[in-house]
Design a binder for this molecule. Structure first.
Ligand SMILES: [Zn+2]
Length: 139
């Protein structure tokens, strides 16, 4: 089986995602990661509201208005939409079945796991043929 391409974070992005995940507790944080135009490096994060309402502690629904805004910002800055990210309050960074069903084919997802008593854990996943495969996360 071919290897999954690595996901590369620019300097400081890992810490920013961990901080945003903690700030959103007890809800799941979510947002869009902007990449260089060629998609090679994730360089910035565009915040998004979690529109999951009462269930925001266990899942996320990325507000489509924020997704649209991220598209406009990316275009204006000569960037692209590189990935999506969200957090898992009290859980590992492994994607859930709900995550799998909601993800677009080929999309990349960075998940921040916030397990009690542990440092935030960041892992990257790419949806291929209907299932998530872990991608090496660099940076
Ligand atoms: Zn999830």
């Amino acid at each position: 089986m071919k290897s999954v391409p690595a996901v590369v974070l620019a300097d400081g992005l890992r810490a920013r995602l961990a901080a945003a995940a903690r700030a959103a507790l007890p809800e799941e944080a979510c947002g869009i990661l902007l990449a260089t135009r060629d998609g090679a490096v994730l360089v910035d994060v565009h915040p998004a509201r979690n529109a999951a309402g009462e269930r925001a502690g266990e899942r996320f629904v990325l507000d489509p208005r924020d997704h649209l805004a991220a598209e406009l910002v990316a275009t204006a800055r000569g960037l692209s939409i590189g990935a999506f990210w969200h957090s898992h309050p009290g859980r590992s960074a492994r994607p859930s079945e709900a995550d799998r069903r909601a993800a677009w084919p080929g999309s990349v997802h960075v998940v921040v796991g916030l397990e009690p008593g542990r440092e935030p854990e960041l892992r990257a996943w790419r949806l291929e043929a209907g299932r998530f495969r872990e991608a090496p996360l660099c940076g």
